[in-house]
Design a protein around this ligand. Sequence first.
Ligand SMILES: [Zn+2]
Length: 93
Amino acid sequence: MNNTKYIDWLKVLPTDDLRYDECACPECGSLGLKYQYFGLKKIGFGWKLIWCDACKSAVNISRAKIPEGVNCLVDGYEQAEFNAQHSYLRLIS
Ligand SMILES: [Zn+2]
């Protein structure tokens, strides 16, 4: 493990969501990061969780702008469900 910091992730994260597939994990170097948007779709802002399935590292981007038409978990129950299913993630701050 590299013990990366939040800032190390911000440096490599693509601005375009389509390019997450080709982004190498700053922690372990595996190719392809996952992401999920959360929030209040009505106002177009929320937060975005980004993680690596290989090493289970994750970062949480607050105040993320939610693009049109993207899958965004707004419902509190759905958010809790997602968090339960991904409780193995290790959040980097
Ligand atoms: Zn990784």
